[in-house]
Write a protein of this length. Sequence first.
Length: 437
Amino acid sequence: MSKIVAIVGRPNVGKSTLFNRLTGTRQAIVNEESGVTRDRNYGKVTWNGVEFSIIDTGGYMDNSADIFEEEIKRQVQLAIDEADVLLLTVDVESGVTDLDLNMANMLRKIDKPVLVVVNKVDNTERTFETAEFYSLGLSDELYSVSSINGSGTGDLLDKIVEVLPDLEPASAEEEELPRLAFVGRPNVGKSSTINTLIGEDKTIVTPVAGTTRDAVDIHFNKFGHNFILVDTAGVRKKGKINEDVEFYSVMRSVRTIENSDVCVLILDAERGIESQDLNIIQLVVNNRKGLVIMVNKWDLIEKDNKTMEQYRKRILERTAPFTDIPIIFASALTKQRVLDVLKSAVEVYENRKRKVPTSKLNEVMQEAIEQHQPPMNKDKFIRIKYVTQLPTLAPSFAFYCNLPQYVKEPYKRYLENQIRQHWDFKGVPIQIFMRKK
Ligand SMILES: Nc1nc2c(ncn2[C@@H]2O[C@H](COP(=O)(O)OP(=O)(O)OP(=O)(O)O)[C@@H](O)[C@H]2O)c(=O)[nH]1
Ligand SMILES: Nc1nc2c(ncn2[C@@H]2O[C@H](COP(=O)(O)OP(=O)(O)OP(=O)(O)O)[C@@H](O)[C@H]2O)c(=O)[nH]1
């Protein structure tokens, strides 16, 4: 089960610098070619063996002076709804401001852990200036950090791990059921699809209340398979605000995606695939979950015998380099192909569990490597000796070779494609590692 930490704070206090420091990465995966937008706001951290996600709530708005306080309030409220632990970040250079106080007021009313992080404490003198933040009335302890040089962040991470909720692992029986999630922008037809699926169905076992909030998972049976539909309440609850903003759709999707095995991304056929959809796909891929794309409202499209293929191509142009994705053209309204979506999700679930025997893998891949050797790098020959599939939950492969650092992205993509050509990993992100041998 997922654990989510959100960084909140007014503009310019250093949220994104803190985020980069805590996630230990420069998450600027700007991949212009593939059209996959960068992922500056979401990252995974493992500290003392505990894994959690961090979300930076900043940066979605332009930083002009006329930032609406209303907008900031909404962001904080959403972070409060969606996260398990909140980091209220403040800036020792500017001291306590009205906006800090407003946020503190909102955060004081909730019963989730809130840590006050005083940022920009770059040297000892500045430590003496942090005391004024006790006036926020939020905690007995302040965490003084310098996101720029890293000081204090270890203590902060220790504390985060300490206060994260202990989520009971799901029961053994539940562990084995495929967990499916429906995600997508507002109004694409998520609720309608779920209702079409479970509407009059009498085989629903029980709605199980989520542990941390009002998420409801529904046990469900169709064509001999048992499933869990993840977070149906979150989907079915009507949005109170205009959520057609990237931040909201991503933020709302994080926990749902993390708690699933396979995500069905629903698109509105009349709108096609948009940048927010790509963000959601990025989130699915980062979490190494399975993916099915459902193009909903297909009943509204004027079509001939080429429409579907053209539509499919257009989507895959945007998701590249990940293009081995099932796409189903359906209508929740007329029920056309809605069951195919479910079938496809089950296939993807099985694909994600696929384990390729090492001998067979080497047989096929050695041949592929012989046919197309890794390009020489700095006059050096790269020799790939053998490959194994790692015992991870989602498929990942380690190629052992003499100079792993010299094997570049295009060649890794070649290896991945070869794997995909020989075994069915449709809908499943694959990781390729090069290791020294
Ligand atoms: N001296 C010092 N400056 C810092 C520190 N952390 C961040 N800054 C600077 O503060 C400025 C704002 O940092 P950001 O991380 O962009 O702030 P933010 O809160 O994410 O801002 P928004 O994206 O507008 O919400 C930048 O110039 C940073 O270099 C720090 O620990 N010490
Ligand atoms: N024509 C047509 N309309 C559809 C279809 N599926 C959903 N709709 C309509 O699209 C609108 C939005 O559907 P919802 O199921 O509420 O969408 P949602 O994604 O759950 O929306 P949010 O709760 O806002 O996130 C409703 O008016 C539905 O009747 C479909 O397959 N065809």
